[in-house]
Ligand binder design. Structure first.
Ligand code: GTP
Ligand code: MG
Length: 309
């Protein structure tokens, strides 16, 4: 209780929570953005590692979950596999929230970068991460989710559609101000000639029906195509998902992402519907309000109906 009071006394705190599937570039980004903020922007910044199986950190974390619990120890002691052990670690962190808060209080004047694990269910339906960041929000931490997906998925239409759906469900689950990022944009540029469309098509997520034309035709894939059409309609109708491309080795790219994050943070949720979401490349809690609209549920229902019919 005293700890919570100590936090409440202070002003607001800011930072970003770097989430996304395995290997999407989260840890690399955390190390690069740490250096960028510190050396180029002269900001006080710290990285908090919340991945209990983080082996190759390219930064020295100020707070490290591996001092509280590791996947390796949980696997050994509880006889769990790597995925179950990671879920256990996150639940353990949730139970020991004060361990985290105690250390956050010590670096309250720094901008925070949270490096997160790469297990997708932690961001789509498991509750611990959501609850941890909700608690921090209530204590005055203004955090933005930076959701990384590997831009290599742009090379395959069905994979790109899955990526859109994953981004949407992560936004719904985590419910923080949110920026979707297509990581490894240098490779995207390098291989642009092999893509079906130009890079803007994938970042702006506008005319998705073109993707449908690229899906295989056939008696067995007809239903699959109808399902993809319904998913595309859902994503396009609500214009909730688009991406900021990121090349971690480019300062300009890091700066562009910083601007998108700052916009998300500064914009008042109530202004959301007066903005073109793709103009700002960012989406935030306001889409909660979409869920109050019956038509949102009708669209979702249609997706599931297509799956069954
Ligand atoms: N070309 C290129 N490679 C990158 C970029 N960002 C990350 N990588 C590479 O992608 C690989 C995975 O990066 P990580 O930072 O370990 O990914 P992660 O999301 O932290 O992975 P997990 O923690 O296992 O989920 C590494 O080999 C990085 O060097 C980028 O902008 N461009
Ligand atoms: Mg990592």
């Amino acid at each position: 209780m005293a700890l919570v009071k100590r936090v409440r006394k202070a002003e607001s705190y800011f930072g970003q929570v770097v989430i996304g599937p395995p290997g999407s570039g989260k840890t690399t980004y955390c190390g690069k953005v740490y250096k960028f903020y510190k050396d180029k922007l002269n900001r006080k910044v710290e990285v908090v590692n919340l991945d209990p199986a983080n082996e190759n950190m390219n930064y020295s974390p100020k707070i490290d979950i591996m001092q509280l619990v590791t996947v390796e120890d949980v696997m050994k002691n509880l006889n769990l596999g790597p995925n179950g052990a990671l879920m256990y670690c996150m639940e353990y962190l949730e139970e020991n929230f004060d361990w985290l808060l105690n250390q956050l209080v010590e670096i309250k004047d720094s901008y925070l970068i949270f490096d997160m694990p790469g297990q997708v269910e932690l961001y789509t339906h498991h509750g611990s991460i959501k609850k941890i960041f909700q608690k921090l929000e209530k204590l005055g931490y203004h955090l933005c989710a930076v959701h990384m997906v590997d831009s290599h998925y742009c090379s395959d239409p069905p994979k790109f559609i899955s990526t859109l759906l994953l981004s949407l469900s992560t936004m719904m689950q985590i419910a923080l101000p949110h920026v979707n990022v297509l990581s490894k944009a240098d490779l995207l540029k390098k291989n642009a000639s092999k893509l079906d469309f130009n890079v803007d098509f994938y970042t702006d997520v506008l005319d998705l029906n073109y993707l449908l034309d690229l899906l295989d035709e056939g008696p067995f894939t007809n239903k699959y195509k109808k399902l993809n059409a319904a998913i595309i309609e859902l994503i396009q109708d609500y214009s909730l998902v688009c991406f900021v491309p990121l090349d971690v080795n480019s300062d300009k790219s890091l700066l562009d992402l910083k601007s998108a994050i700052d916009k998300v943070r500064k914009l008042n949720i109530r202004h959301f519907f007066s903005l073109q979401s793709c103009d700002v490349h960012c989406y935030f809690l306001a889409f909660k309000a979409q869920f109050l609209k019956p038509c949102f549920y009708i669209s979702l229902f249609r997706v599931f109906l297509t799956l069954w019919v």
